[in-house]
Design a protein around this ligand. Sequence first.
Ligand SMILES: [Zn+2]
Ligand SMILES: [Zn+2]
Length: 161
Amino acid sequence: MLLGAFLWKNGWIVLGETQSAVRIIAEVAALLLLMDLLMYFFHYGAHLPFIYKMLHRKHHEHVSTNFLSLFVLHPFETIGFGVMMLVLLIGYDFSVISISIYLMLNLIWGTIGHLNREFFPASFDRLLVGTTRFHNQHHLDESKNFGFYTSIWDRVFGTYK
Ligand SMILES: [Zn+2]
Ligand SMILES: [Zn+2]
């Protein structure tokens, strides 16, 4: 957050001011897809043995997940998430509304994704949605399902289960 405020004050991050609903929906969709891609690589990296031991092992102590599992992260993982967001905000002038909606969805998604029972109907898996089942599978088999909001990148890179 502090780094973001610094970049914003110094003109590296410019916030868009669109009020158009279509534009906001497009920006939120872009944030979800791009963050999903960046998080895919970051999460894949977090499973490399030496990084895993330092950062990500704690999260995977929750084999049977619950609504708090999302928050069992190493501080560096949280900072990594923030840095990825800042990279996108430097690259494009997303509006404040789009960023706020995205962050709200992220929190809701992270909580739903770690519930121990399925929240979405089974057909959502086929719609490429990153369902609870999808992320639970990652907690059972740590070599699969590194994405989070969608299963698109796992399907593209061959790690989908
Ligand atoms: Zn993991
Ligand atoms: Zn998890």
